[in-house]
Unconditional design. Sequence first.
Length: 196
Amino acid sequence: MSLRIDAVILAGGQARRMGGQDKGLVALLGKPMIEHAITRIQPQVKEILINANRNQNLYAQFADCVFGDEDRGFLGPLAGMVTAMGKTQADLLLVVPCDCPCLPTDLVARMAAGLEAEAADLAVASDGEYEQPVVMLLKPSLRDSMKAFLAAGERKIDFWYAKHKVAVVSFADQPNAFVNVNTPEQIEQLSKALTQ
């Protein structure tokens, strides 16, 4: 029996470097950024969930399940992940940010293979040089551990996952897969790169 894998796209941040605009809805090549992420991820998972703390009515056109953080106050990506783990019936949950429009089309297959090969609790993507803490494949049963970490006032994702058995999966063959867009200038640069 194959495992059910859902994905949550994190669009819950304040996007200060984007002048407070909702990053997932900012246009890249004429489409909201989140649409690029969905296009890459949708064929790889059963269901897509979206974590958004504002503009939920706009995000609702992209997914059936759109929700805000259980813990109010913009506590960062972990707050969105904790909430998502409580909403999925999946065996594994893929986590990706809304501002990564070039995610690998083989992300799930490789992350799942890494997780299984190392009998790990979660898999984290790497671009070959750096780990990408907001690109993870994890077991929803880790929710209590993450909730306790947040409740203790902690916020850094890599500090949380260091407490568990982690498989780091390299995508060095796709060095631009995790390019993320934080500023209007970066949108312009990426638009140019993608149309060349």
